[in-house]
Design a protein. Structure first.
Length: 172
């Protein structure tokens, strides 16, 4: 059940990231047209784009892990017996979970500070609040850590059965 919930949430966040990226295209085009044709760019475009890129990246992290899209170099591991490959995959996933959990923990204070201090980015006509991007980082890293934990358990189960980990965790 946790696997299905995690997969559903990661796919929903992937769709949200894709929609945001699609909408950003219109903003950038409007900014370029405004700048070139009317000599008046859309105010706040750099701030919106920079915050949105962070949001898009962290919304996709969980899906990248579950779909097998994270960087995986198996030149050495591919030569090991299948069961050992599974254990190496489990340890690698545990390390990934630890890394993203560490990032999540480290991001909590920044997100809370951005919320309580009403922090904004940019000056002038449009000031963009920082807290949404900071909380998406917390959400994305927490979900990535959970995705890696699920992958660790799946790889450990495959290793116990003497099998190598599959290329994509979402396939089983």
């Amino acid at each position: 059940m946790p696997k299905k919930i995690n997969d559903w949430v990661t796919q929903a966040l992937l769709v949200a990231a894709a929609i945001l990226a699609f909408l950003l295209c219109f903003l950038v085009v409007a900014d370029v047209i405004g700048r070139v044709v009317f000599n008046s760019p859309v105010k706040g475009t750099p701030e919106i784009v920079s915050s949105s890129i962070v949001v898009i990246c962290f919304l996709q992290a969980g899906y990248a892990i579950r779909s097998g899209g994270m960087l995986n170099v198996d030149a050495f591991v591919g030569k090991l017996p299948p069961g050992v490959q599974g254990w190496v995959g489990a340890v690698g996933a545990l390390l990934g979970a630890g890394f993203f959990a560490f990032l999540c923990w480290g991001s909590l204070d920044g997100a809370a500070h951005a919320w309580t201090s009403n922090e904004f980015e940019g000056e002038g006509a449009l000031r963009v609040p920082v807290w949404p991007a900071r909380f998406v980082i917390v959400l994305g890293t927490a979900l990535a850590a959970c995705s890696y934990l699920l992958l660790m358990f799946e790889n450990a189960a495959l290793a116990r059965a003497g099998k190598a980990p599959a290329a994509s965790a979402a396939q089983h």
